[in-house]
Design a protein around this ligand. Structure first.
Ligand SMILES: [Zn+2]
Length: 262
């Protein structure tokens, strides 16, 4: 071992030790996170390590009077890191802040139409993710204690951080940086087929099996199916098997076939 390898190892072990989330805090934070119940001990150990590093790298900013506890921060970090459990934490590089409101927040949107006229509209949001900027969350919507008992595919934390993965290569367009063993044509074909089908079903007033918000754009489709992938994997596989297959390759995990106990 060279002196440089030795120094590097020492540095990494020091960083990891300092970033480690205390065990009691980790256990307490996990209790309400049903989405993590499928992970086995090895996966949870890795998730704890990643979440600790994530907490060191990102700044959490509570606003509008929210009192932010360590448990809340760990719960957000653990869900964000679930997305990159078998990928790299560097997928979240290029930005550093997570802003948290106590409740849904209002955003003033300005748009210029083809005639050059400015239109302004207000929207109430549960979450938002900016390209090189922050992730913004409403704790009322992100609090796992609230969706603990609900059997839905929705999870605003997974949703916003999936947008971050999508935006790593520029714009949010539903096409994140694919792994080397994946084919761009397969992804495009499977996702565009599924997206078009959803649009058609909505147009004809047919029953749809996922949150209609997915029809807003290919970027929203990717974020919504990512939520289902982790929250209701059986449901997603039943209704969108090809999309499920692509996500399984992309996230390098299969939520349906992970150990059910920890
Ligand atoms: Zn979105």
């Amino acid at each position: 071992m060279s002196i440089f390898t030795g120094i590097r190892r020492w540095y990494l072990s020091t960083v990891l030790r300092k970033a480690k989330i205390p065990f009691e805090l980790w256990q307490e934070s996990l209790t309400e996170l049903v989405v993590l119940k499928r992970l086995n001990t090895t996966q949870l150990t890795r998730l704890r390590k990643l979440s600790g590093l994530f907490l060191r790298e990102k700044q959490f900013t509570p606003v509008s009077g929210l009192v932010l506890s360590e448990k809340m921060k760990v719960q957000i970090a653990a869900q964000a890191c679930l997305l990159v459990l078998n990928r790299n934490l560097s997928d979240f590089d290029g930005w550093h802040e997570i802003i948290i409101y106590p409740d849904a927040f209002i955003v003033d949107y300005k748009q210029i139409d083809d005639a050059g006229v400015m239109h302004s509209s207000e929207r109430t949001l549960a979450g938002e993710a900016w390209g090189r900027g922050p992730v913004i969350l409403s704790w009322a919507d992100a609090d796992p204690a609230k969706y603990h008992s609900r059997d839905t595919g929705s999870n605003v934390v997974l949703h916003e951080f999936a947008h971050k993965l999508d935006m790593l290569n520029g714009v949010a367009n539903g096409m994140p940086v694919l792994n080397q063993d994946m084919l761009r044509e397969d992804w495009t074909q499977n996702f565009s087929c599924a997206y078009k089908r959803l649009i058609r079903e909505l147009e004809y007033g047919h029953h749809i099996s996922i949150d209609p918000y997915a029809a807003q754009s290919p970027a929203e489709f990717f974020a919504v199916v990512s939520e289902y992938f982790f929250m209701s994997p059986q449901h997603l596989q039943r209704h969108y098997p090809a999309v499920y297959r692509e996500l399984r390759k992309y996230y390098r995990q299969d939520p349906q076939h992970q150990d059910l106990k920890h």
